[in-house]
Design a protein. Structure first.
Length: 264
């Protein structure tokens, strides 16, 4: 006998809700009548599967994760890359429009933080502002810095990736795997390098997460997100480097749940 699912429970394997109709969003842990949908943007070179753990960790709290799948990787490997932040945001917006009916929050890590931020601003312009924005492992867009990693040769780019401690060293030594992942990495670093922030307010509650040993983002860089928001909802400094999410998943889930309490 199948037990009827209640609000906030992960859907059973026997009767999962429909999957997204488009190619941009992945739903790994469907939740029946979720209190909130959290749309997650991966890091440079990353894919939707980066959020499998987050999807599992939040499902029982009634938060359903939708992970964005960028073109040019995994099942979209045959598609051309999207080369700019603006173009990717505009491509994702119509897909989000299919998921109305429940509150939507956005989460992004590293480059994904910039994409989530710009998506939140576009949604606000359209009168559909998300209920919350989470930015992880990303300096504020007001911090002066030039990203040139996409201009490095392959050897130097691989060395740079190694400093972030988010990639298995075995992968960095496997030439066949590197040939598969380097094009996406180079494209996404180019996306970051060509991004130019446009001044304007963010009318969305904001939570910022960062690692205390992140070589790319200082705590002060993270704190400066207050310059584009009406004040931070919260700044959380967790132990770890750029990919602190991998080791602090439980803490990250708790932070998200607390921040979304007002809409759950």
């Amino acid at each position: 006998m199948t037990v009827p699912a209640t609000r906030g429970n992960a859907a059973s394997a026997q009767n999962p809700p429909a999957s997204p109709s488009g190619v941009w969003l992945r739903r790994y842990r469907p939740v029946v009548d979720p209190a909130v949908r959290l749309v997650c943007f991966p890091h440079a070179g990353g894919s939707a599967t980066a959020y499998l753990g987050l999807a599992a960790g939040l499902a029982d709290a009634g938060i359903e994760v939708l992970a964005v799948q960028y073109p040019g990787r995994q099942d979209r490997r045959g598609e051309p890359f999207v080369e700019t932040v603006d173009a990717l945001v505009e491509a994702v917006l119509p897909e989000l429009g299919e998921w109305t009916g429940h509150p939507v929050a956005l989460f992004g890590h590293s480059l994904g933080g910039t994409l989530a931020y710009e998506t939140a601003r576009r949604l606000a312009e359209l009168g559909e502002a998300p209920v919350h924005l989470f930015v992880s492992g990303r300096r504020a867009p007001t911090v002066p810095r030039t990203d040139t990693a996409h201009l490095l040769d392959d050897r130097a780019l691989i060395a740079h990736i190694g400093t972030l401690e988010g990639t298995d060293p075995v992968v960095l030594q496997d030439e066949e795997l590197l040939r598969m992942v380097l094009p996406a990495l180079r494209n996404d670093y180019g996306m970051a390098g060509t991004y130019r922030h446009r001044a304007g307010a963010l009318p969305v509650p904001l939570t910022v997460l960062t690692g205390d040993r992140d070589p790319n983002v200082s705590v002060e860089d993270a704190r400066r997100w207050s310059e584009v928001a009406g004040g931070l909802v919260g700044l959380h400094v967790l132990p770890g480097g750029h990919f602190f999410l991998n080791d602090r998943l439980e803490s990250v889930c708790h932070i998200i749940e607390e921040a979304l309490d007002h809409v759950r």
